[in-house]
Write a protein that binds this ligand. Structure first.
Ligand code: AVI
Length: 359
């Protein structure tokens, strides 16, 4: 629902920064043309999230096979208060800072919450509630590629939490982190707890994950922290089912990339002539997702001035979902300017929430 002058929550929605500029459109064109000319063909996961793609991802989080969301929710339901307590203690050295000579005790600096890839921000509620038990107000800074998801989630959260203010960024991660690094000094003394939930880190390869965490580290001060969700390595059957559910929601999410190309570039993909494929590459420790051509065919993309041919069974690689073990997570923290201070897992040991403290 759009915010109007009569919207009682409008004052606490400080701003939605639209960092998705004309450059983003040019990058989408460039990435798509380059990816479809490459061998093997490739499309990029950040382009899954148009309005329908964001809704389909929310639906994926509800299918029985996609255990990740429920496992992370279980962790947050059990441990949100402890997570926030550890982040706040880290932020202040303990519960409060003080000047030993004068005996002046300063109150703990309030936490602000930054979330990369916030989507519908459903899981974030647990952390918002845990923080608001400790402090009277909270500034929430969500970043998401989808402006529609940001608008909707900001509205819902502001309705639920009268003590919340929101400043949102419609942007890809690189652009948002560069922007936020420039704004950090003007944000005052408060501490940041950054969130990167839901195994989003898994959609980067190792170099990409390092680059992302280093850029995020550039937005944080020493003692600020990052709660990083990471899915753990497990058996092939569980992983492949999680990315190829019986209802076909993940298939629709994947094939929606073709629908988007039809809409945005006037392409004539016959979506029924392609199928969704999800395979666990055990050696690489990742689920690989593809769109496969059911037969030989030619597709026109007038908006990109391209014609592309597919052989029968030829695949477009659309996403990797990397799975971690705890050693790899500790190494990732150490290599990017963090300490992994604490780790929580769901009872079945499928998923991890890692508190990385900036050092
Ligand atoms: C957004 N990301 C963490 C999801 C994942 O599990 O890699 C994207 C996804 N792709 C298919 N299903 C879910």
């Amino acid at each position: 629902m759009p915010h109007t002058a009569t919207d009682p929550h409008a004052a606490r929605l400080r701003r939605i920064h639209q960092l998705n500029t004309a450059d983003a459109r040019a990058a989408f064109k460039r990435d798509t043309a380059g990816g479809l000319r490459a061998n093997p063909k490739q499309l990029f996961p950040k382009y899954f999230y148009d309005e329908l793609g964001s809704e389909l991802f929310d639906a994926i989080c509800l299918v029985p096979e996609y255990y990740l969301t429920r496992a992370e929710n279980e962790i947050l339901a059990r441990h949100a208060e402890e997570i926030v307590a550890v982040a706040a203690a880290t932020a202040t050295g303990d519960a409060a800072t003080g000047d030993a000579a004068t005996g002046n005790i300063a109150a703990p600096a309030p936490l602000a919450l930054l979330e990369l890839g916030s989507g519908s921000a459903t899981k974030t509620r647990r952390l918002i509630e845990a923080i608001l038990k400790r402090q009277p107000e909270l500034l929430y800074l969500p970043v998401d590629i989808s402006a529609s998801a940001l608008e909707a989630s900001a509205h819902t959260l502001l309705q639920s939490y009268p003590a919340l203010s929101v400043e949102a960024y419609a942007s890809d991660y690189d652009t948002a982190l560069a922007h936020l690094a420039g704004e950090r000094e003007s944000r005052g003394e408060g501490r940041l707890l950054a969130l990167f939930l839901g195994s989003n880190i898994g959609n980067f390869d190792r170099d990409g994950a390092e680059g992302f965490l280093r850029a995020l580290r550039g937005v944080l001060r020493d003692g600020d922290s990052l709660l990083l969700g990471a899915d753990l390595k497990k058996d092939r059957a569980t992983l492949e089912a999680a990315y190829d559910d019986a209802l076909g929601i993940t298939a629709a999410f994947n094939l929606n990339q073709l629908v988007r190309l039809n809409r945005e570039f006037g392409a004539d993909f016959n979506v029924r002539a392609f199928r969704h494929v999800a395979l666990y590459n055990e050696e690489a420790g990742r689920v690989e997702i593809y769109i496969e051509s059911k037969f030989a065919q030619v597709v026109q993309l007038p908006g990109l001035d391209m014609e592309i041919t597919f052989a029968e069974g030829e695949r477009i690689h659309t996403e990797n979902s990397n799975k971690y073990d705890t050693g790899a997570l500790d190494a990732l923290a150490a290599d990017t300017g963090f300490n992994c201070a604490r780790r929580w897992m769901d009872e079945a040991g499928r998923f991890s929430s890692n508190l990385f403290v900036a050092r």
